[in-house]
Design a protein around this ligand. Structure first.
Ligand code: SER
Length: 357
């Protein structure tokens, strides 16, 4: 990556690409993904200047939420240079990733995107901090995929898992997310450890290990917690669904609005109250069978069967039944508002129903 331009070459109109002076922006990678759209909407509501990166052209609704969009690969230094030619970045929401199922079909590509991309963005953040003399905040969605519980008996016994337990991920995605957390800690606390001119804390790294996420607006692709949202969307749209895990399978889930609220609440928390760089957040932990019962209650006539896929089952079996999110509650006041029932009744069922009406 070329060194960024100085922060203000005062001239022209100061409005971004056309002028020489760069405007300050929050960068959102993976902007066209499930979380990206929701984060951009919240930033737009708060009138925050957001600039998007995605591998694909954004749909017009998402594009309208941001000041500018750069289409390309986060591993391409040329793309990041083009971005820095126009914008000074003071906060990054790095949401781009290949999820756990897709990653197993192309592990090396997953590593290149998930770790290589994260490294590029952390470097960009640190260099922005060095140039402008202020810390760049970096929000990183991690995942329950960082956990690797060895077997079902241990999973049942373990119950709510703390942030420091069972960190032996089974998937490339989990390995990559755990590495992303370690890289974040390094860039925040130790970056260029031996340099005489080091910038103290160039990056303010904050991460949440998300459980499976249920969105009423979008269906995820390439993940292994996807059986939850897929079942609901299939039931609402009148399609039969064969669930790829056993009925007794249990992992934690939350809803997309809760996930976005958590990310933005963590972003806004005073740094001195944060005792960790990565936090679990929980929600509810239904079995796949409980999901089916709720889906059938909300959408009478829904046809859900079970056809477990051994490989994907082994991934979900290695994720904990639930997580201990007491650190998030204590440090930044995290308080989930949905129970499984209220998530279905107040958010998922009405919104998914109107989507397919
Ligand atoms: N939803 C992710 C996946 O299934 C886990 O964080 O890969």
């Amino acid at each position: 990556m070329n060194p960024p331009l100085p922060s203000s070459i005062d001239a022209a109109d100061g409005t971004g690409r056309s002028g020489l002076r760069r405007s300050t922006a929050v960068l959102v990678t993976g902007a066209g993904g499930e979380m990206g759209h929701a984060v951009l909407r919240e930033l737009a509501e708060r009138r925050i200047n957001a600039v998007a990166i995605d591998i694909r052209e954004l749909d017009p609704d998402t594009r309208a939420l941001c000041r500018d969009a750069f289409i390309g690969d986060i591993c391409d230094p040329g793309l990041l240079d083009r971005l820095l030619a126009s914008y000074e970045i003071d906060e990054i929401h790095h949401l781009a990733a290949l999820l756990s199922t897709r990653g197993e079909f192309a592990p090396e590509t997953a590593h290149r995107v998930n770790v290589g991309g994260t490294l590029n963005l952390l470097h960009l953040a640190a260099e922005q901090a060095r140039t402008h003399g202020r810390t760049v905040r970096f929000l990183f969605p991690s995942s329950i995929a960082v956990y690797g519980v060895p077997d079902l008996a241990t999973k049942r016994r373990a119950g709510r898992v703390r942030e420091d337990q069972f960190l032996e991920p089974r998937t490339m995605y989990g390995v990559n997310k755990l590495e992303g957390e370690h890289l974040g800690r390094y860039y925040e606390r130790h970056y260029r450890l031996l340099a005489k001119d080091r910038t103290p804390m160039p990056v303010d790294f904050r991460s949440i290990r998300f459980p499976g996420i249920l969105s009423a607006e979008t269906v995820p692709s390439g993940g292994t917690s996807d059986y939850g949202p897929e079942m609901i969307h299939a039931a609402a749209s009148g399609r039969a669904y064969a669930c790829f895990v056993r009925p007794d399978t249990r992992i934690p889930f939350t809803t997309m609005p809760e996930a976005i609220r958590a990310l933005l609440e963590l972003a806004a928390a005073p740094k001195q109250s944060l005792s960790r760089i990565v936090y679990n957040i929980g929600g509810f932990s239904p079995s796949a069978e409980e999901f089916r019962l709720l889906a059938e209650r909300a959408f009478p006539g829904a046809e859900v069967s079970f056809a477990p896929d051994a490989g994907r089952q082994s991934i979900v079996d290695s994720w904990p039944e639930d997580v201990d999110d007491s650190a998030a509650r204590k440090d930044w006041g995290w308080a989930p508002t949905h129970t499984l029932e209220s998530a279905f009744e107040e958010y998922l069922a009405p919104s998914v129903r109107s989507r397919y009406a």
